[in-house]
Design a protein around this ligand. Structure first.
Ligand SMILES: Cc1ncc(COP(=O)(O)O)c(C=O)c1O
Length: 446
């Protein structure tokens, strides 16, 4: 192939999102009310989300139209390019063909904007004035700040404290787009105070930040909550990635053998892979590998069980792979992968054997990211490095395979992490079995 980039035109931006729920090989276990343990009703979610998103969360429609106003903002950066990683292939001396879908070209620098725009739009349409959210690495917070700014909403972000200080420039970006940003745990919410009482030096976690954002939204009438991953509607908004990738591969006559992405809550991986799942369920031989950090090995070491999405048990109970809702991962640089759970739909597909999972520690992941930057030029986000490490391992098998991965974001705000890696100062963390046993004890009895 002479072509190194496969480009679509703006008329090829998908006009519908793909909802995998009706195509799942087994029914999705229902969400349960955190107080009563009974299956959740749409009304239970109404204090947190606008009705349109609740309907999408529970919808059995296979395709959902993307509103024109959302497409209008998508056009700022979509469609995104599919690149062939020719120079990386050469460096690896592999017979495999490697492609990457470049979601780093959005203004905030990651895939997160695909759902941020949609969520801000539906909130605005239903009269919401302010959106509260959490952020790990700051990618989601900056994406939602951008979306709220462009659609005229206020945005409050609870940013995991470890990242707030490791990545001050993500916070600056959020400020530029008009958001209010707090290092979580804060003294502003009951949830935050309760964590600080137990551990004043808590580095924070996504689980804690979610509790704070949910509490803020639930206690203010004009505000709602927004989640950057995990939920069905979020994964569905991200399917624009996979739908475009499918079209791009078809344009050059390629069929993927292996699809790879990193997993925090599961949204970029799912949005990238789900449009290919129906073919796989019909017997096509496509491997799908979800990559996570060894410091937070939810899919590879956690049990598949009902658990809360947050530390303070404010969210519904969902069945997912989990390390326990009060698990606080080590402060690895891939802040966006530090989540104790994983999307229920992704978890179900892992449990059914449709999707494989693998874990890597941060030094090998950064080594892979640096090789990528030295060959392909783009500097990956630390989260994305985990996917690249897996791509490299697969390519080293030297098979004539088509490997495609999702380049979920750039690492321009993660240079201190790269410095630490280059200076040999990054620590690798394993999640010991004893901690898993401990986590199992905290799981709610359902
Ligand atoms: C660049 C990047 N990739 C991946 C992730 C992981 O999130 P998810 O699994 O929802 O895609 C994040 C989360 O912040 C991120 O910023």
């Amino acid at each position: 192939m002479d072509q190194e980039k496969v480009l679509l035109s703006e008329k090829d931006i998908p006009t519908r999102w793909y909802n995998i729920l009706p195509d799942l090989p087994a029914p999705l276990p229902p969400y349960l009310h955190p107080g009563t343990g009974k299956p959740l009703t749409p009304q239970d979610l109404a204090p947190l989300f606008p009705m349109a998103l609740i309907e999408q969360e529970l919808s059995s429609e296979k395709w959902i139209d993307i509103p024109d106003e959302v497409l209008d903002v998508y056009r700022i950066y979509r469609p995104t390019p599919l690149h062939r990683a020719v120079k990386l292939e050469k460096a690896l001396k592999t017979k495999s063909r490697i492609y990457y879908k470049n979601e780093s070209v959005s203004p905030p620098g990651s895939h997160k904007l695909n759902t941020a725009i949609a969520q801000a739009y539906y909130n605005k349409k239903e009269g919401v004035k302010r959106i509260c959210t959490e952020t790990g690495a700051g990618q989601w917070g900056s994406a939602l700040s951008f979306a709220c700014n462009i659609l005229g909403l206020k945005c409050t972000v609870y940013m995991v404290k470890a990242s707030y200080y490791q990545k001050p420039y993500r916070k600056s970006l959020m400020h530029i787009w008009g958001a209010e940003v707090h290092p979580s745990p804060t003294n502003l919410t009951k949830s935050g105070k309760s964590v600080l009482e137990k551990n004043p030096d808590s580095p924070g976690s996504l689980g804690i930040a979610i509790s704070e954002a949910v509490e803020d939204a639930a206690t203010h009438d004009d505000a709602k909550y927004s989640l950057g991953s995990v939920l069905n509607h979020v994964l569905m908004h991200q399917t624009v990635i996979g739908l475009e990738t499918k079209k791009q591969l078809e344009m050059i006559g390629e069929k993927p053998d292996v699809l790879i992405g990193c997993v925090g809550g599961g949204s970029n991986f799912s949005g990238f892979c789900f449009p290919f799942v129906p073919e796989k369920l019909k017997g096509k031989n496509i491997r799908m590998i979800a990559v996570e950090p060894t410091a937070c090995p939810t899919l590879t070491k956690g049990p598949y069980a009902y658990d809360f999405g947050d530390t303070e048990k404010l969210t519904p109970l969902v069945k997912m792979y989990t390390l326990g809702h009060d698990f606080v991962p080590e402060a690895i640089h891939a802040g966006g992968l530090r989540y104790h759970g994983a999307a229920p739909v992704l978890s179900l597909l892992v449990n059914q054997g449709v999707i494989e999972a693998r874990a890597y520690s941060q030094n090998p992941a950064f080594e892979a990211g640096v090789l990528f930057a030295r060959t392909e030029g783009f500097l990956p986000a630390p989260e994305t490095n985990h996917a690249i490490k897996c791509v490299i391992d697969e390519a080293k098998k030297n098979e004539e395979k088509c490997i495609v991965f999702n380049f979920s974001g750039h690492g321009h705000f993660d240079l201190s992490a790269y410095d630490a890696y280059l200076e040999g100062k990054l620590e690798d963390f394993e999640h010991p079995e004893s901690k898993i046993e401990q986590a199992l004890k905290t799981l709610p009895k359902v």
